[in-house]
Design a protein around this ligand. Structure first.
Ligand code: AMP
Ligand code: ZN
Length: 461
């Protein structure tokens, strides 16, 4: 059966045709690791998970790369505002590299809790500065960039058209442009690809242009190119990436090798609260930890997401999350009833369900429709292990761990346990310096040690 997906680039639903017959290459814009991910951010990665699972269900092999933006990223997507990493470093009185490590670990833990099928490559920007440098040099050689005193800008006027993704009209943009940040910028849509670091800048690297740091958009172009080549199949991100970040990735791809990097661009809509985007700036966010404190598991939140299509806004309410929690419980109970049943189900009933489920997921990942098929199976009057097996097969796409009673295991990872053991020994030896250092390392892994008179207690941060 054909898989159709909505392509932001062409603004229509298309039959998916990969470049290589059975292998799909995907790039996902990952998080900027300057704080805890909120459940709005996590919606974007749940979408990524469903996409991966649907592709696998269709028999494709996947090569998937996601970046971690740990070099800083200005508060605004355009070249304005404060650097998010530096701001966090100031807020927490910590080295920005440590902040990045800390929040990267927490993010990866959140992914595990949501049972997200992880990308094959998780590329940290700080480990790819050389790759980015080479990418910038080629853009310059190809004549698509110019230097000002402190910045190398991408020259959007050199392109056949800037704005192919959001279909913006660059001239209108110029006419309505904000007060320019840098007077030396030639066109309103030009953007920074390489930036000279001011003397006291904390995250900088010695490069061909002196001590610099890369532009945010450039990170993704250079890393996707390194792992997936000049052209790959699918690029994903949130809808906020369409007008600037992904537009600029396309511009860079054209400047680097004359090609739009991905054939399909897929974007997930926002999670909202009271009709407004969930975001740090509006201070209306929740994390998985907030959900847990109110008795909701990460998979309850995953279930909540399946009630809406990924291209539709969802309004977050505790009532809706509660409904999802109850539904997940009923779904698991329904599965058990079938597991205990021994009635015979006609083959055409099973085939019909398989067909309907596949049609739903292959229609641009229509998860609400796919869930309605799941509920029909749960409610089927005859109880049969054939139907529970079918539900478990569908769970390869849902990733709800339907056959597990417990919530996702909260076991302490081995590396953290080792640090805890070492710290116990250090404390017994009254080596307080070492004990403090180990506490700090434990906290970088996302755990906090509390010393009580009955011994140390470990909690997740
Ligand atoms: P950031 O760490 O800010 O780069 O964001 C990480 C991802 O979360 C991006 O793909 C954003 O598009 C996405 N995102 C941010 N806020 C929301 C939201 N309220 N709902 C859905 N996705 C979001
Ligand atoms: Zn990106």
């Amino acid at each position: 059966m054909e898989l159709s997906i909505y392509n932001t680039l062409t603004r229509d639903k298309q039959v998916f045709k990969p470049i290589h017959e059975k292998e799909v290459k995907i790039y996902t814009c990952g998080p900027t690791v300057y704080d805890f991910a909120h459940i709005g951010n996590l919606r974007a990665y749940l979408f990524m998970d469903t996409l991966r699972r649907v592709l696998k269900y269709n028999g494709y092999r996947i090569k998937h790369v996601m970046n971690i933006t740990d070099v800083g990223h200005l508060v605004s997507d355009a070249d304005e505002g404060e650097d998010k990493m530096i701001k966090a470093a100031r807020r927490e009185h910590k080295d920005p590299f440590k902040i990045a490590d800390f929040y990267t670990n927490i993010f990866l833990e959140d992914m595990k809790k949501l049972n997200i099928d992880m990308p094959d490559v998780i590329a940290r920007a700080t480990e790819h500065i050389k790759v980015m440098e080479e990418y910038v040099k080629k853009i310059i050689e190809n004549g698509y960039a110019y230097e000002t005193e402190n910045t190398i800008y991408f020259d959007t006027s050199k392109l056949d058209k800037y704005g192919v993704l959001s279909n913006i009209n660059a001239e209108n943009q110029i006419a309505g442009a904000r007060v320019e940040f840098d007077k030396n910028k030639k066109n309103a849509t030009d953007f920074a690809i390489w930036i000279k670091a001011p003397k006291n800048h904390l995250m900088k690297w010695d490069t061909f242009w002196g001590e610099c740091y890369p532009g945010w958009h450039l990170e993704c172009s250079a890393m996707s190119n390194k792992y997936l080549g000049d052209e790959f199949d699918i690029h994903t991100g949130g809808i906020d990436h369409i007008p600037v970040h992904h537009e600029n990735e396309i511009a860079q791809g054209k400047g680097y090798c004359g090609k739009i990097p991905a054939h399909y661009w897929m974007h997930v809509e926002f999670l909202q609260v009271d009709g407004k985007k969930m975001s740090k700036s509006l201070n209306n966010l929740y994390t998985l930890k907030d959900l847990k404190e109110k008795g909701y598991s990460p998979l309850d939140y995953k279930m909540f997401n399946f009630a809406s299509h990924y291209r539709k806004k969802i309004n977050f309410t505790w009532e809706a999350l509660d409904t999802a929690k109850i539904s997940l419980k009923r779904l698991k109970e329904g599965l058990k009833k079938h597991q205990e049943g021994n009635e015979q189900i006609e083959e055409n009933v099973i085939n019909d369900y398989e067909q309907k489920f596949m049609e739903a997921i292959n229609d641009d990942l229509n998860m609400p429709l796919a869930m309605s098929v799941v509920w029909d199976i749960v409610r089927y009057p005859k109880k049969s292990i054939q139907l529970s097996n079918l539900l478990l097969k569908f769970d390869e796409v849902l990733g709800l761990q339907l056959d597990k009673d417990e919530e996702f295991s909260e076991e302490i990872p081995n590396e953290v346990q080792e640090l805890i053991n070492k710290r116990e020994i250090a404390r017994k030896e009254k080596n307080w310096d070492l004990s403090d250092k180990l506490r700090e390392q434990i906290s970088l892994q996302g755990y906090i040690v509390k010393d009580t008179k009955d011994g140390a207690i470990i909690e997740k941060i």
